[in-house]
Design a protein around this ligand. Structure first.
Ligand SMILES: *[C@@H]1O[C@H](CO)[C@@H](O)[C@H](O)[C@H]1NC(C)=O
Ligand SMILES: *[C@@H]1O[C@H](CO)[C@@H](O)[C@H](O)[C@H]1NC(C)=O
Ligand SMILES: *[C@@H]1O[C@H](CO)[C@@H](O)[C@H](O)[C@H]1NC(C)=O
Length: 342
């Protein structure tokens, strides 16, 4: 995957923005995984348990975290974090690297994969600001209690076997900035709750089993990056698609239909757009020539027709252009071949 380096740069950029004194090693590999040692029976057990768990809105939530009164906490937020993380630990069926093995005592800031930072609203107290369990191979699901981590800015669990859905209580994560659920086994409808997270900038849902439509609101949201490739989404690109202020958007390998709109030319901050392997059926608009910062443009494996707009030759930043496997016709202008970085 040639995109890796770009994405990693993107991450480090954001990390520095956050002033978290945290080093995340999130190499973005997305090996497609199998059941990871879980039998079908265990998978269905988790799913059922999660369904049960969601049915009950009024308190009896499957997990029972009782806080031992002898435990001493640095502050009440760490106590809440303890409840959230213990509930999560109970919702984990398999943890082959024993990453949560040390999730035991009250000192949540020392748990593997849990990162603390001074609270944004009170620098004197330390609070859980990041979770990184990338490449953990963990199987389980996300309990509602994670909503207690109200200072969380980063939640990275890529390349695990988490299934079920995204709990509605995520709505409490008002500071959540980066949500990376990629390469897991999440299923069901688009997790609407992400649209209600006011601080969210980076949304990565790729390589899961989400299905159905994608909420139109996603494209009006002030996000920097959207990765929803390799799911089972199926819908027409909505008319507000080009409102999105993203610099990176990857929709590849779903079943998106519809047209590449001329308003694409309004997405002037766009650096990478990958819409490969969907059902897009239209011409490529001339306005694409406005995208002066575009480095990756991949619309391969669709049903695009007509000729390649001459304005492609004006995409001075372009490094990768892939329009293969469409029904395009005509000539490729010399100006395209002469693009300096292509
Ligand atoms: C998991 O880690 C904990 C704490 O680090 C340790 O006590 C325990 O023995 C480990 N379990 C396994 C199966 O390695
Ligand atoms: C795109 O920008 C043009 C002006 O360049 C404007 O007329 C048009 O309404 C915009 N389209 C959308 C969908 O925002
Ligand atoms: C395009 O990239 C340049 C250089 O990185 C940046 O200064 C500029 O703001 C970008 N344009 C848009 C519209 O984001």
């Amino acid at each position: 995957m040639k995109k890796k380096s770009n994405i990693i740069n993107f991450h480090s950029f954001h990390l520095s923005l956050l002033f978290l004194f945290v080093l995340f090693c999130s190499s973005e590999q997305h090996s497609i995984t199998s059941h990871g040692g879980l039998t079908d029976k265990e998978v269905s057990y988790i799913k059922q348990r999660q369904l049960f768990y969601y049915r009950d809105k009024f308190g009896d939530r499957g997990e029972k975290v009782t806080v031992d009164p002898s435990l001493v906490f640095e502050n009440p937020r760490q106590r809440n974090a303890y409840i959230a993380l213990q509930a999560w630990k109970q919702a984990i069926l398999s943890d082959p690297f024993n990453l949560t093995g040390d999730w035991v005592r009250s000192s949540v800031c020392y748990y593997t994969g849990v990162y603390c930072a001074p609270a944004p609203d009170n620098k004197r107290i330390k609070t859980v600001a990041g979770i990184d369990l990338n490449h953990g191979d963990i199987a389980g699901y996300l309990p509602e209690e994670l909503g207690l981590l109200t200072d969380l800015a980063l939640f990275h669990i890529n390349s695990n076997h988490f299934c079920g859905t995204v709990p509605h209580k995520f709505i409490k994560l008002k500071r959540l900035f980066e949500l990376d659920l990629s390469n897991n086994r999440f299923a069901g409808k688009f997790p609407e709750v992400v649209l209600k997270l006011p601080s969210l900038k980076f949304l990565d849902l790729r390589f899961n089993e989400f299905e159905g439509t994608v909420s139109k609101e996603l494209f009006d949201k002030d996000l920097d990056a959207i990765f929803i490739n390799h799911n089972r989404f199926r819908f027409n690109l909505p008319d507000n698609f080009c409102n999105s202020p993203v610099s990176v958007i990857v929709l590849a390998n779903n079943k998106f239909h519809g047209c590449v709109l001329s308003s694409l030319g309004n997405m002037t901050g766009l650096e990478e757009i990958i819409m490969m392997n969907n059902g897009l059926r239209s011409c490529l608009p001339e306005e694409v020539g406005n995208l002066k910062n575009l480095t990756v443009f991949d619309v391969s494996f669709n049903e695009l027709m007509g000729h390649l707009p001459d304005q492609i030759g004006e995409l001075v930043s372009l490094e990768q252009l892939n329009v293969a496997h469409n029904i395009l016709s005509g000539k490729i202008l010399a100006s395209v071949c002469q693009l300096p970085k292509l």
